[in-house]
Design a binder for this molecule. Structure first.
Ligand SMILES: [Zn+2]
Length: 239
């Protein structure tokens, strides 16, 4: 790994290296000068174990992923998660509007609704992130600190990986699907909250407040889009 600043996953202290190579095939994990624990025990762990710890929202696993690895798939993951969300909304829309009208069938065949749902999901995500970043920027500005906007954005996008669970929830449709969707949403928000705590090294209260502001902005956009949709239907009733 290039000469980069690492972090101790236990106490968040800066570290220059994660391990030392003694040339004779001997590698020794660096011990943190502050907490006297291994700087990053996860470098020895299997990726599956790290993923399980991330699913359990362990802050050490989040620190390892965000500070001590070079994962740069956040934009690809973001697009994939938006596709999952668009597919969920699109499938719910088709279930709620069964129609034998040929015009509707053609519309569904072209899947314009899917792209509309993708756009709506993207806009809501943008508003959520804007709310979170705006609130945290303000708090950090009041404290006289600078917000690492790009790094925090990456953390928020990476920690939204739970949205991929929407696909199996839609495919294996059952009576408890709405409950599953709510649980997935709570899981994603919990992961987002942990990611904020790791980047800002702050308490749970501040991260939850940032999530609440983001959700509020997202809900405002959702309601506005619904009102626009209803008004459009009033002006141009379906033929
Ligand atoms: Zn430490």
């Amino acid at each position: 790994m290039a000469a980069a600043m690492f972090r101790c996953i236990e106490c968040n202290q800066d570290a220059n290296e994660l391990h030392r190579d003694y040339k004779n095939g001997i590698l020794k994990i660096t011990i943190c000068e502050s907490c006297k624990k291994p700087v990053d025990k996860y470098i020895e762990y299997d990726p599956v174990i790290i993923l399980i710890d991330a699913i359990l929202c362990k802050i050490q696993a989040f620190r390892h992923i965000l500070y001590n690895t070079e994962i740069n798939i956040h934009w690809k993951l973001c697009v994939f998660c938006l596709l999952c969300e668009a597919y969920l909304r699109w499938s719910l829309l088709q279930d709620s509007e069964p129609s034998s009208d040929p015009a509707d069938i053609i519309r569904y065949t072209k899947e314009w609704d899917f792209y509309a749902m993708f756009g709506q999901a993207a806009l809501e995500l943008a508003m959520f992130i804007t709310g979170v970043l705006g609130f945290l920027w303000l708090i950090q500005w009041l404290r006289g600190h600078q917000l690492q906007t790009r790094f925090l954005l990456k953390a928020l996008l990476l920690s939204s990986y739970g949205k991929v669970l929407l696909i199996p929830a839609v495919i294996w449709e059952h009576d408890y699907s709405p409950l599953c969707f709510s649980l997935i949403k709570i899981f994603v928000l919990t992961s987002n909250s942990q990611a904020i705590r790791v980047i800002l090294n702050c308490g749970r209260r501040l991260s939850l407040m940032a999530i609440a502001v983001g959700l509020l902005l997202e809900t405002c956009v959702t309601r506005s889009l619904q009102n626009l949709h209803w008004r459009a239907e009033d002006i141009m009733p379906l033929q």
